[in-house]
Design a protein around this ligand. Sequence first.
Ligand SMILES: Nc1ncnc2c1ncn2[C@@H]1O[C@H](COP(=O)(O)OP(=O)(O)OP(=O)(O)O)[C@@H](O)[C@H]1O
Length: 273
Amino acid sequence: MLLVEQLSKQFGDMTAVDAVSLVIPKGQMVGVIGRSGAGKSTLLRMINRLTDPSQGAIVYESQNVTALRGRELRLWRASCAMIFQQFNLIERMDVLTNVMVGRIARTGFLRSMTRSFTEEDRVRAIEALDRLDLVPQALQRAGTLSGGQQQRVAIAKALVQNPRIMLADEPIASLDPANATRVMDALREINRADGLTVLVNLHTLDTARAYCDRIIAMRAGQVRFDGAPEALTSEKVREIYGTGELAADFNEAVTSTSISSGSHHQKIKAVGT
Ligand SMILES: Nc1ncnc2c1ncn2[C@@H]1O[C@H](COP(=O)(O)OP(=O)(O)OP(=O)(O)O)[C@@H](O)[C@H]1O
């Protein structure tokens, strides 16, 4: 179980995350939604300890994650694999090597620099690629793959870390609908088959509804809704988001999704349906 207790993050005068408390049972798939700037990325980054909280605590199975330093902190980051919108792969390296780099998240930077991979690293990486239907691309340079394939490589790389939690920060925001669906399907399959806890930041409510057991809606750093997708009615969405453009987007039919990421805003059809 992952506990987030009164977690806050200040950037100067700005409160990005404001006293958020959550209890996340093992194996749950949780969608975190909200407008741009609501604090979704900062929350995920604090859980992974890429960003240090200003106040509050993160506790995982009785371990105080907030207090971890050095090797223990590195191990936590490896247990808590993170996937980003921009994939974070080494584009000039082949897919297999990119995935094997995930294997050494636990053992340190030096082995990664010298690229001294073991036979087991190789086997595990190929198994993960097979799971994501990417064996044919194993020896291709990562930068030559489509965005959706690159994101699936990033998932394979995260998987070989043997994570206990998978954090995905807007993993489909730069993908077309077909690739977005494949990436969300992969996350869902891993969640179901491995019982891995997944926290995924999404811009779109209907994607969260289609894939997640639970939805957390944030606004101005605070949790404004936390519950089952069915409980997030149109009325509730209006109450949380007001009556602006985004609320209209959220109220669209299940067959239509609008993705907005930073400055761009595009309409796509049928993600996750
Ligand atoms: N390193 C930083 N320094 C200063 N302000 C920051 C920093 N990181 C985030 N912020 C601010 O904190 C607030 C929350 O940002 P965050 O990225 O967590 O939101 P978000 O909901 O993930 O948004 P988006 O969907 O656009 O990624 C925003 O106002 C943002 O500008």
